[in-house]
Design a protein around this ligand. Structure first.
Ligand SMILES: [Zn+2]
Length: 317
């Protein structure tokens, strides 16, 4: 057995999606043993042939540094959340496990395409995984060639500590489990204010009609769909009833009373639009392309001061 050949194979395993070991082994042996090509160059050549790119394995990384397109990824993290799903692959039902894994630097969602018998709180060391973009954010893919082990000891913080808010700018809310951002509410979108929900699936109904359950006895709710901007990035944010009630200073009952008097729900929309222009420090979680506001505090900003801060950040970057 040749070490260089085995190392090259190991690097390629995580990077080629339909990895055929005997085929790739033959190519590696040809280049390294027969043509005396250096290992790194052999890996690049084979990668280019099979994937069209020469991207290299990235090796050990902090979770917050992972980017879509990375392969041969090695991380150690604590699992904060797992979800099991049934999907169909070639019309065969298959159970896959996904979730969120974190280290001190941040967190990333993952999908395991292989047996992954680890529960919340477990610390796992994963090698040979890759990162793909899913719903506009990087997602760790744990494929058949990934190696996983549970280290016997770990100095990672507890799950509770890892779930605490980390201060980030709006471009990086998807890099952490719970984000703290300082931003301005620049827009309140339609379908904000008083809305009606389906009692069965919680979807927002239109004219008492749920797209899934038809005519239903709707349940009233308050929410704001807003756009937050912090000068670095912008994101759509959803504020649940509790947040709307304190931020706007109106209860659900009062909102319903207003709508009844005017016989029109849009009066509530006009009312909640008053939050545009507010600056807030908010704690929340990015879910897909949406930022779910869990808490907030109003702050006052000196726009000139903020501009200076942003310039400083750009210089430092
Ligand atoms: Zn429904």
């Amino acid at each position: 057995m040749n070490n260089k050949v085995e190392e090259a194979l190991e690097e390629l395993k995580g990077s080629i999606s339909d990895f055929d070991e005997s085929e790739i082994r033959e190519e590696v042996e040809d280049l390294i043993l027969k043509y005396k090509v250096p290992k790194d160059q052999a890996v690049s050549t084979i990668l280019r042939k099979h994937t069209g790119t020469t991207r290299k394995t990235v090796g050990q990384k902090n979770i917050s540094e992972l980017n879509s397109g990375d392969s041969g990824v090695e991380i150690t993290g604590r699992i904060l959340r797992v979800v099991d799903r049934e999907i169909e692959v070639d019309s065969e039902p298959r159970s896959i496990r996904s979730g969120t894994i974190a280290d001190k630097s941040g967190s990333i969602d993952f999908t395991a395409w292989r047996d992954f018998p680890f529960e919340e709180n477990s610390v796992v060391e994963i090698k040979n995984a890759y990162v793909k973009e899913y719903r506009n954010r990087p997602e760790l893919q744990i494929g058949d060639y990934a190696e996983i082990r549970e280290p016997s000891e770990s100095d990672l913080p507890t799950a509770e500590q890892l779930k605490k808010p980390i201060k980030v700018d709006l471009d990086n809310v998807d890099r952490v489990y719970t984000a703290e951002v300082e931003a301005e509410i620049v827009e309140v979108m339609e379908r904000s204010g008083l809305i009606m929900r389906c009692p069965e699936c919680n979807r927002v109904t239109m004219a008492s009609e749920c797209q899934e359950h038809g005519k239903v006895d709707t349940i009233p709710d308050l929410r704001i769909k807003a756009v937050l901007d912090d000068g670095v990035g912008a994101i759509q944010a959803t504020m649940p009833k509790e947040i709307v009630e304190t931020m706007v200073g109106i209860t659900l009952d009062e909102a319903m009373e207003m709508a009844r008097e005017e016989m029109d729900k849009t009066v509530v929309y006009e009312e909640v639009k008053k939050v545009v222009g507010k600056s807030i420090v908010t704690v929340g979680r990015a879910i897909g392309n949406n930022f779910l506001v869990m808490d907030y505090k109003e702050v006052s900003w000196d726009p000139e001061e903020k501009a200076k801060q942003i310039l400083q950040q750009i210089k430092e970057a």
